[in-house]
Design a binder for this molecule. Structure first.
Ligand SMILES: [Zn+2]
Length: 152
């Protein structure tokens, strides 16, 4: 099975609703940044790399891009780490769309390393970008003063 242990797949309703909704919004946000359709989201617990195929899976394997184009996230992710992981995997989804060989690269392949670096760079500042736009959407300009007493 491709050297990949997908761990325990979780039914979506076993993940707290607030986390699922946050994750869905983040997938849509980063997909818009990259101009792709938002990939479907799945949840897992305890996925591990056991072999040579590693494309789409970060080293700690908390998220991955699946061959069917969906993204799997470790249900234990929280906060900034959750958002960074989503940004990283959405970037992989974009890379896969533009490179037919994407899922065929072996671990250690130069192209894979380059894709990983690119996905890490995209994810670096992701929580700030995402939470900034969320804050703007929640506090419309004319209500910001009232809610925050002029503080930004
Ligand atoms: Zn990666």
């Amino acid at each position: 099975m491709n050297g990949f242990d997908t761990g325990t797949c979780l039914p979506a309703d076993s993940v707290p609703r607030a986390k699922r909704e946050l994750a869905e919004r983040a997938v849509i946000f980063f997909s818009r940044e990259l101009g792709i359709d938002p990939p479907p989201l799945k949840w897992h617990k305890g996925a591990r790399l056991t072999g040579v195929t590693s494309i789409g899976a970060p080293r700690d394997c908390v998220g991955m891009l699946n061959h069917d184009g969906s993204i799997s996230l470790d249900a234990r992710l929280e906060g900034d780490k959750l958002i960074e992981t989503i940004a990283h995997e959405v970037k992989h989804a974009q890379q896969a769309k533009s490179d037919p060989l994407f899922s065929g690269y072996c671990r250690g392949a130069r192209a894979l390393e380059a894709y990983e670096r690119e996905a890490d760079r995209f994810a670096e500042d992701a929580p700030r970008r995402f939470f900034n736009q969320t804050a703007k959407a929640v506090f419309a300009p004319d209500t910001v003063g009232a809610h925050l007493k002029g503080r930004w």
